[in-house]
Design a protein around this ligand. Structure first.
Ligand code: KE4
Length: 437
């Protein structure tokens, strides 16, 4: 393989040692598949600690971090006030299994930013949030079918780990072993950004369809933006035919404003799912809707959902402090810094006549190794993942920690400095020079 372009990473011997032990104990040596570096090759580095925009591996190497734990660390790692509130909260106990004041405060804060969430439930992960939202939609409408879009990921719920089956608009096929076909038959998978297809399926099958679930801005096929009118037309057709609209804002919630895509695009979903940033790096998820819909959730209604650690005091304290700080932050400054980085990367790509595309919104972006505009899963899938893997490995050696998959989003935090961005741009230029040869 290429020699390091900017020798920054001394060695990763301890990561290799831990990895050899880890693979004997955990599938792939990890607790979530994408962390295994399967898509980019090589062994994962083991992180020892993090601060601000950087992570430090067990061998003492430092990396500018664009993964940020897949989105939650928008304030940067180990933010002083956040750590202090966690310590304070810890001293009062870790979990009570009973309601607390902080859950009221966090729910109020979320409701201020997401008025469509008149009522909500705090849960422990994004997967739990979307799983509960689907069950709520089915219970509320008394209908069973769910529409999702290929390339959108909503966590590992059986009903949603589905790929387009033959005759895509008929029923979905499990995209994982261990899921009975009966659990995916109720899921219709359509192409993202194809409003005509969605309209025709809803017009013909609205009597069976409980809800449409969508990442209003995709992060899980890489960043893919909704075409102009896609979300507003989706809202119109679902409202007209009595189909609920679920926005999965687990990535987008509080990512580019003190609200979500529903605020940016002025499209109000029936149910919203949140996660990641609202926990500030601690395990959390949330789903919410109008009072009328949420009244169907137990103990008020017949849709059951529960959780031992739901609304956990430490996670809630961390999330509440994160949102309190975010409410005062200048998102424009962060978004502009990301725009500058992406402009410079684009210029570097053009300089080297590299076939690459960048999709960006706010402080999240994906660099696709593709000459084609990426507007859905079909076009995303054409990207040169082999080239991405080389780019990833060279950038890692240069001290830049990118998502270990072409089909993920890069994130900036408020802790990323202009110096970090300049260092990153210099590394990109050197790596692209190398890749061109
Ligand atoms: P969790 O269950 O992982 O907290 O959330 C699932 C989920 C739901 N909806 C969206 C839009 C998501 O992006 C996610 C999780 N995102 C992935 C990364 N794209 C988490 C990383 C991982 O799986 O390790």
């Amino acid at each position: 393989m290429f020699s390091p372009v900017t020798k920054k990473i001394m060695n990763t011997k301890k990561s290799v040692t831990y990895y050899k032990q880890a693979v004997k104990l955990m599938p792939g040596g990890v607790n979530s598949p994408v962390r295994a570096f399967g898509a980019v090759g090589g062994n994962p580095i083991f992180i020892d600690r993090a601060k601000g925009s950087k992570v430090y591996d067990v061998d003492g190497n430092s990396y500018i971090d664009y993964v940020l734990s897949w989105g939650p660390l928008i304030l940067g790692h180990a933010q002083k006030q956040v750590i202090s509130i966690i310590k304070k909260s810890l001293s009062r106990g870790t979990s009570f299994g009973a309601p607390t004041k902080a859950e009221v405060e966090l729910s109020k804060m979320i409701n201020q930013a997401f008025p469509s969430m008149q009522m909500m439930r705090l849960v422990n992960s994004g997967t739990e949030a979307t799983m509960s939202a689907i069950r709520l939609a089915r219970g509320y409408t008394k209908k069973d079918k769910i529409v999702k879009f290929s390339g959108c990921y909503h966590g590992h719920n059986d009903s949603l780990l589905v790929k387009a089956g033959s005759g895509a608009a008929t029923f979905g096929v499990p995209s994982s072993h261990g899921i009975p076909r009966d659990l995916t038959r109720g899921t219709i998978v359509l192409p993202y950004n194809n409003i005509d297809k969605l309209k025709s399926v809803i017009k013909s099958r609205y009597k069976e369809i409980a809800a449409v679930i969508v990442e209003p801005i995709c992060g899980n096929m890489g960043v893919v933006l909704p075409d102009k009118g896609f979300l507003s037309e989706m809202r119109k057709i679902t409202r007209k035919y009595g189909v609920l609209l679920i926005f999965d804002e687990i990535i987008t919630g509080f990512r580019f404003c003190f609200g979500g895509a529903q605020k940016l695009f002025k499209v109000k979903p029936d149910i919203t799912c949140l996660g990641k940033i609202i926990g500030g790096g601690m395990p959390i998820g949330a789903y919410g809707a109008s009072k009328k819909i949420m009244q169907h959730i137990s103990p008020l209604g017949g849709v059951y959902q529960a959780g031992t650690l739901s609304g956990n005091p430490i996670a809630v304290a961390c999330g509440l402090k994160t949102l309190q700080i975010l409410r005062e932050m200048d998102y424009n400054k962060l978004n502009k810094l990301c725009a500058y980085l992406c402009r410079e990367i684009t210029q570097a790509c053009n300089h080297h006549s590299m076939n690459m595309r960048i999709n960006r919104i706010g402080s999240m972006f994906t660099l696709f190794f593709s000459q084609e505009q990426v507007v859905d899963f079909r076009t995303a899938y054409k990207a040169d993942t082999g080239k991405y893997a080389q780019y990833f490995r060279q950038m890692l050696k240069a001290g830049i920690y990118l998502p270990p998959s072409q089909f993920e989003a890069n994130f900036l935090s408020f802790a990323h400095t202009e110096k970090d961005i300049a260092f990153t741009i210099a590394a990109v230029k050197k790596v692209l020079e190398k890749l061109r040869r």
